[in-house]
Design a protein around this ligand. Structure first.
Ligand SMILES: Nc1ncnc2c1ncn2[C@@H]1O[C@H](COP(=O)(O)OP(=O)(O)OP(=O)(O)O)[C@@H](O)[C@H]1O
Length: 321
């Protein structure tokens, strides 16, 4: 379990990360999202021990980053946005060096290097100097070093950047496998990637955490679409939990419900009311929101309830974990 508490970091007078808190359980993959400059890299650098926070705590399975950074780093795999791979080294030399840095020794070191080479499909490039590799292959080298020693926490900044479609699929599968025994933070601008991989999304805006929600909850709006020829809207309005009602076309109503957890009961009541009034019910479903829409709403300040609550509290919204 990763715990991040009240993380704050400024560059001069500029607050890049402002009082950010969240927890991630083992086995979870979270998408860390936000526009350019929102503070994602700063958070990832702090968690990886590369950058110091001005304030706040990070701990992994009880190991505190402040008290025991070296120990925490042994359990961490980090794929930074710009890989610090040494251009003149061959792939094999670099992985050997990275394994040393992780404290791997003897047989375990050899076995781990073999495992990551296989996982990232790098065997044909082992003797190639890194500077001669294509962008996609360099990315694979970065991922290979990140997953050495089976880290408990894997931080991946744009992991599929530069990969071809086949490798992207392969990488996603690999991340899922790793996540079975680890905590994964994935930063990306590709919403498809988040949809394909993540359990939860954290959205940052101007250094603040403005959303922390499970993807399935996020994608379910509090709006039901009712396709019916029912003309008596009063019978729907009076159902407990119905907050608002709008006719969107001749046979389509949009019903806003007060809480998502009421949706089943409301759907039951709604269908009974319509059928009992001798009208036809053609369809009844929850309106889906895609992550991109939510992301744009947040950044266009249309997500008032969440934003206001996080700004008022001066910290991130409630933890969905
Ligand atoms: N070393 C630095 N000195 C001054 N300002 C910095 C420094 N590093 C980052 N910043 C600023 O802090 C803010 C957050 O930067 P950060 O790199 O964390 O954002 P990001 O969300 O990762 O952006 P991107 O998606 O573009 O990678 C930005 O406004 C950036 O300009």
């Amino acid at each position: 379990m990763l715990n991040v508490s009240q993380l704050t970091r400024s560059y001069g007078n500029f607050i890049a990360v402002n009082n950010v808190s969240f927890s991630i359980k083992k086995g979870e993959i979270i998408g860390l999202l936000g526009h350019n400059g929102a503070g994602k890299t700063t958070i990832m650098k702090i968690i990886s021990g590369y950058l110091e926070a001005d304030k706040g705590e990070v701990s992994l399975d009880g190991i505190s980053l402040n008290d025991n950074p070296k120990l925490l780093q042994q359990h961490l795999g980090y794929l930074p946005e710009n890989l610090p791979v040494y251009p003149e080294m061959t792939v094999a030399e670099y992985l050997d060096y990275a394994a040393d840095l992780k404290g791997l020794k003897a047989d375990k070191k050899v076995a781990e290097i073999k495992r990551v080479i296989k996982a990232t499909d790098l065997s044909s490039k082992l003797l190639a100097p890194i500077q001669t590799l294509s962008r996609g292959y360099k990315q694979r080298v970065g991922v290979a070093q990140a997953i050495l020693a089976n880290p408990k926490l894997l931080i991946l900044d744009e992991p599929t950047n530069g990969l071809d479609p086949e490798q992207t699929q392969h990488m996603r599968q690999l991340i899922k496998e790793i996540a079975q025994d680890a905590t994964v933070i994935l930063s990306t601008h590709i919403m498809q990637e988040v949809n394909a991989l993540c359990d939860r999304a954290l959205i940052l805006k101007a250094g603040q955490l403005v959303l922390d929600e499970k993807l399935d909850a996020l994608q379910h709006s509090q709006q039901l679409i009712v396709e019916t020829d029912c003309q008596d809207l009063a019978i729907i309005k009076q159902i407990s939990g119905v907050k608002a009602l709008e006719r969107i076309s001749e046979h389509q109503l949009m019903v806003e419900i007060s809480k998502p957890e009421f949706s089943r009961t409301i759907c039951t009541e709604l269908s009974k009311a319509i059928v009992n009034s001798d009208a036809n019910l053609f369809a009844l479903y929850r309106k889906k929101r895609d992550l991109e829409t939510v992301f744009n709403q947040i950044n266009n300040e249309q997500y008032s309830s969440i934003e206001n609550s996080s700004h008022e509290q001066g910290k991130g919204v409630s933890n969905a974990a």
